[in-house]
Design a protein around this ligand. Sequence first.
Ligand code: SF4
Length: 353
Amino acid sequence: MAEATELMNEATGLTFEELEHWMGEHQIPRYRARQVWHWMYRKTVREWDAMRNLSAELRAQLAGEFRLRPAECRALEGISGETRKMLVGLADGEAVEAVLIPAADRVTVCVSSQVGCRFRCAFCASGQMGVSRNLTPGEMVGEVLLAIDQIGAHPDNVVFMGMGEPLDNYDALLKALRILNDGEGLAIGARRMTISTCGWVPGIERLKAEGLQVELSVSLHAPDDDLRSRLMPVNRRYPLASLMAACGDYSRVTGRIVTFEYTLIRGLNDRPDQAQAVVRWVRSIGGRVNLIPLSPVPEFSGEAPTPAAVEAFRTVLERGGINTTVRRSKGSEISAACGQLRRRVCGARGDAP
Ligand code: SF4
């Protein structure tokens, strides 16, 4: 996989301390760093020249050194006020997806962490195209800024649930989390950020030791190793027992409840006895479950479960003491399954336009 190459330094990839250090190195008063930081993240300006309390000379110097926005909106699907999907263009011509999800009392932004993905989960368009490269921290932060342009406000939650496996791009992810979390900037609380993983155990083990309280969401999708290995090849390397042990440790160390995503597929993983097996796994670590009835995707021949099967599955989980929600995907309406918009706009192989 090619590593991300910064064609130019990305301002959104700097921590505040790094920006301050750069100022010091260039004999610029350090208080200027705070001013720039506020323009970038409180006023979310898109051009250096909009930073009116900086001299023209300093604005030119910054523009010569840093790209202020390393990502741009290339296409937007959906209606304002509803779930919308954005094709995010990157400086080297690549593209990823971000999704804006408004609810009555909050707005969630779902961002990508890699161009494509190497984990090849059965029902995921991103997995079918393989991975081209990791995103930089600046590109991930840039996705959130693009979402703010569209929403007109800071998001309440950020979920790393778009293209890519975030824990497979660990160092860049951690830096992006710290930039998003900075109290003088976007100030998105750690508990309002969710890392979604297919079950990359080494990443879960590292994350638990970071002293961050980010939420962890794990794609489970099957109650036994046989089926899970068929749907999610990562399971061959890290089967359910090792995954659950890592999740249990994460929960104990961070005090966060782990959420398990379970896509219900008719006749494959939606039987009551399979729900019982899910109860045993999830109860053992005090987790909760989010059920997602499958939305039809071209990459996968499975069918949506019947409403009765969804209800029966949920009942077994709840009787087993598992806190359970059912998420109604709008995927079929807006190509929300990750990777589909990019594939449609960029071509079947996922080539950038
Ligand atoms: S579901 Fe996530 S981990 Fe699996 S292939 Fe898709 S992007 Fe990768």
